[in-house]
Design a protein around this ligand. Structure first.
Ligand code: X8Z
Ligand code: ZN
Length: 611
């Protein structure tokens, strides 16, 4: 989802004393008497109005900037962003005035809590701080968007290099792409990142948090420390499966490339896994495929064979949601979305979904390629758009996911339904080519290479950032700490020794864009919980991974009911509405992969797993 880092809040006439308070005073108890319940209600109403009034303009500026990167659009976006940050910080401080006021209604209390941690990158009240923060963050995101690597000595842009990492198998070329991308795109971000951390941390402290990480962890309807514990528990639950997958993959890479490229023990070389960040490994499925009956098809090849273009891929994604009973996308979606990379200008290619007006102006922004990865990403982005539409009737502050992990999980959950039988239904796969039960291991392995492989990556990005924000990771140690975490959790190492100037986190979009990342870790687990619940609702009794709820209107209605809640209730209520469970838990994901887990253990017999 695109939650603008600097969202909204154009000044309307100062409607309440809290809104009128100068920034340096707002948030402290400026009134001589304790604020009242009625004042809190009025403050929230005014804040919602101010914020939603500002949103459309701010979002348009951000859209123009992201789809047409120039010095001018950067300047305008930074200026609007700086003002928006000031507004949001003012409202957060205004909300904090009501801390401890008793007798607040449920909605007022919840909305005040949401307001207090609504801004992703807060600035302190020091004059010029918000403007500087916006300038630095706009510059970093644009620098990432314009980033280039090389392949065979020739310059190659971000979306092309991302795709090439999935198809190239020559270790020297992979190393070249990996190294050039990390050197060209990551390293130049380091100084800006250190400055961004300095400013935003001060902003978080002014809002009453220990640091920015504590603020980010506070958005989950539970104490921030409990949230950190929850993520560790989930990882502990999933880690044995990851270790088996790592062990098996390393052995197959060692067979293919030999010990000089990939030793049989120790960590895996990061550039051999089919993805620039080694975050999903499905692209090297051909390297690890089991002997015996293959899965018999590959989505990229099917799309190409049936002459799909990016728009047709999006229409196909839309059709899935329509089959569940969701209204078709508006004509403006196709008119205004950026579905392919414009030929003649720089843009931010990293995929995102936008809701400009909370009415019907939803869009995606992608640089779509005709391949299996982007087919899934389209479903992912559309999941955001349908979520946004489902909650548009909520008051402004509730127009959000139950938590940010829910927002990231919806489209992925839908894409789990892209089974062989589903591909037959939509005419992409011939019925005669549907793989039989003997191919289940292959099908599961291919999914695991994407879904299971992602888990430690999803966890460690914000483990690193939390350490940066709380000061345990100082700028001089940024890269070392990053690579230590990559080795500790993922069991991977860079293909080359990293130099003193390297800043590898800067080569991953969400770091320069300051998009919190734990949401994707949660989503990876939640999507299987949603999927298992949907398949249970649909009465599916076969192997879980063969279930597709395409066309099931009852599942769609129940899904819509959860989505329509937005963030109006604590997330366990939303989870319960769709799954009957109140805890996020990896059991459904483990159940999905259970047959594969047994198979991997067999395969790994006699191997020394771990790194
Ligand atoms: O950033 C995304 C989406 C946009 S919200 C394309 N994802 C993460 C990533 O690419 O790193 C989806 C999966 C993880
Ligand atoms: Zn997303």
């Amino acid at each position: 989802m695109k939650r603008l880092a600097f969202t909204s809040l154009l000044a309307i006439a100062c409607a309440t004393p809290a809104l009128a308070a100068p920034p340096s005073q707002a948030g402290k108890s400026v009134a001589s008497t304790a604020p009242t319940v009625a004042e809190a209600d009025a403050f929230v109403a005014a804040a919602e109005r101010e914020q939603s009034d500002a949103e459309l303009f701010d979002a348009r500026i951000a859209w123009i900037n992201a789809t047409y990167l120039t010095d001018d659009t950067n300047a305008v976006a930074a200026e609007v962003g700086g003002r928006a940050t000031e507004r949001m910080v003012r409202l957060a401080k205004g909300a904090a005035r009501f801390d401890g006021v008793s007798g607040l209604s449920y909605d007022t209390a919840r909305k005040l809590a949401i307001l207090k941690q609504f801004v992703t990158l807060p600035a302190p009240s020091t004059p010029g701080a918000a403007a500087e923060l916006a300038t630095v963050s706009t510059r970093m995101e644009a620098r990432y968007g314009k980033g280039r690597g090389t392949l065979g000595g020739k310059e190659i842009n971000g979306s092309d290099i991302e795709a090439a990492m999935g198809t190239v198998r020559d270790p020297a070329q992979l190393k070249e792409m990996w190294t050039s991308w990390h050197d060209n795109v990551g390293a130049p971000q380091k100084a800006d990142y250190a400055r961004l951390v300095e400013i935003a941390n001060k902003g978080a402290i002014e809002l009453g948090y220990a640091d920015l990480g504590a603020m980010w962890r506070a958005g989950y309807d539970m104490p921030a420390d409990d949230f950190a514990k929850l993520t560790d528990q989930l990882w502990t639950q999933m880690k044995p499966l990851y270790e088996q997958l790592h062990c098996y993959t390393r052995a197959r890479l060692n067979e293919k490339y030999g010990a000089a490229v990939q030793p049989a023990t120790g960590p895996i070389r990061a550039d051999l896994l089919g993805n620039m960040w080694a975050q999903e490994w499905g692209n090297i499925y051909d390297v690890v495929a089991p002997n015996g009956p293959g899965v018999g098809y590959d989505v990229t090849a099917l799309l190409l064979a049936k002459k799909y273009d990016p728009v047709k891929m999006v229409r196909t994604g839309e059709r899935f949601y329509s089959s569940l009973g969701f209204q078709p996308l508006p004509a403006t979606f196709y008119k205004r979305s950026q579905i392919v990379k414009p030929r003649d200008r720089e843009v931010i290619c990293h995929a995102s979904a936008w809701d400009l007006d909370a009415k019907d102006d939803v869009r995606i922004k992608m640089c779509t390629k005709v391949n299996g990865d982007d087919f899934v990403t389209i479903h992912h982005e559309l999941g955001h758009n349908y979520y946004q539409r489902a909650y548009k009737g909520q008051p402004y502050l509730y127009r959000n996911g139950a938590n940010d992990g829910f927002h990231e999980a919806i489209g992925d959950f839908v894409a789990l339904s892209i089974t062989p039988d589903y591909l037959v239904k939509i005419g992409l796969l011939d019925a005669a080519k549907v793989p039989g039960a003997a191919s289940d291991t292959g099908l599961l392995l291919r999914q695991a290479m994407d879904k299971v492989a992602f888990l430690p990556f999803g966890l460690l990005i914000d483990k690193w950032r939390w350490g940066v924000f709380n000061g345990t990771i100082k700028p001089a140690m940024y890269n070392q700490a990053w690579n230590d975490l990559r080795e500790q959790y993922q069991g991977i190492v860079p293909p080359v020794t990293r130099g003193p100037d390297a800043f590898d986190p800067g080569a991953k979009y969400h770091v320069p864009a300051s998009t919190p990342y734990m949401r994707y870790f949660l989503a990876r687990i939640l999507q299987f919980q949603f999927y298992k619940a949907a398949c249970d609702q649909a009465g599916w009794t076969g192997p879980l991974h063969r279930c597709s709820f395409f066309g099931d209107k009852a599942v769609g209605a129940k899904l819509n009911a959860m989505l329509a809640m937005g963030s109006s209730k604590p997330w366990p209520d939303a989870l319960e509405a769709f799954t009957g469970q109140r805890r996020i838990d990896g059991s459904a994901m483990l159940a999905y992969f259970a047959p594969l887990a047994d198979w991997l253990k067999q395969q790994n017999k006699g191997r020394q797993c771990g790194w």
